[in-house]
Ligand binder design. Sequence first.
Ligand code: SF4
Length: 424
Amino acid sequence: MTPNADGDGARTGGDVAGKEHGGASFDDGRVGVYVHLPFCERICPYCDFAVVPAKAFDRELETRYVAALRRELEARSRDFGGRPLASLYFGGGTPSLFRPDSIARLIEAVERAFPPTGRREEPIEITLELNPGTLELARLPAFRDAGIDRLSIGIQSFDDGLLKRLGRAHRAILARRALEAARAAGFDNLSIDLIFAGPGQTRSDLDRDLDEVLRWGPEHVSTYELTFEPGTPFGRALASGRMSAFDEEVAADMIGQIEDRLGAAGFERYEISNHARPGFRSRHNARYWSRQAVLGLGMGAHSTEARAPRHPHGARRANPRVLSDWFERVERDPAHVGTVESLPPPTARGEAVFLALRRREGLVATDFAAEFGAPPRAYFESEIARNVARGWLEEDVPAPGDLRLTAAGRLLADRVAADFVSGA
Ligand code: SF4
């Protein structure tokens, strides 16, 4: 729903068993399930997710898609057999285009495949993404009855001018109605998606958006810098000079502005793009950041396979991004829908550091050493030295060998983290 939002197959973990700590990179023995529902009323010009225009989306296609998801779930659940459910996430696309009874059937099927432990200390979280432009407000109570306990709302901005320049289908009035209706339906765990560094946006514009976000009092806020992905209309406009990139220094200032404003209001920036009130970190996305098992179902969904002797550092599976290909593969051989890539140790090490540095708690050296046989310095001496010298990284905090970003490093987090991926 947003640039690299909660939203795409490769969504990204640490809240193991609901505890708000940095999380270990060890397998927690549970599974998260991601269900990709790819249809959107209008394709936003910056979007590079696996999406399908909703023109052809009707009851028949919805029924066929849900049946195929159940078939894929049944076949793929064997790879994660015996694991209790930790989280379930309906992402897109625009999941709120699906009828509540379809969502209820999917929740029931997932809980049958992976019965939750039922232990209070291991609660599950069931999130649904929705767009204000397509939200059928009357459906919200039925989504709640179906078992959804968290909504991630693609607000993006309360500024109609910016929404228009972003090519979004909705306007601020619909965003406000969605928030009102969600609270009225009893949802007490709301996440708002916000875009910054959008075309023509100023720091004052962003301040006004943050004022309104805070007035609505969500439990969680995800903030994404607009990116120009190659192959999208915005990417092409940038390449041909019809659009220009946002000023990097202003974008970095905006990151600080968001952290300061939300921080002063009681939010913790627990991950580069995510801010939560105490107790409201995203449990599902935390699984990606700590490399826990996630089964991805649907067109374009990604899975983080459970560790196994044949891939001790984990593996990724990517489903086809074309709807007809995904249908054809599910109907032919639902256990082998996607392509699997077992992670070689250098890739896994780079990813482990990259993902850990995105989290506030950073990288725990003993966890890293337990998996890779030696602490981070043994593999990343020059990357660590370079980023410590720049003032972007601190080492040995809180324990010897641990790594985490400094306040200055958090403004350039993607750049620091990427250094470790290329150095792996
Ligand atoms: S709403 Fe727009 S950004 Fe979100 S998934 Fe659909 S097309 Fe992409």
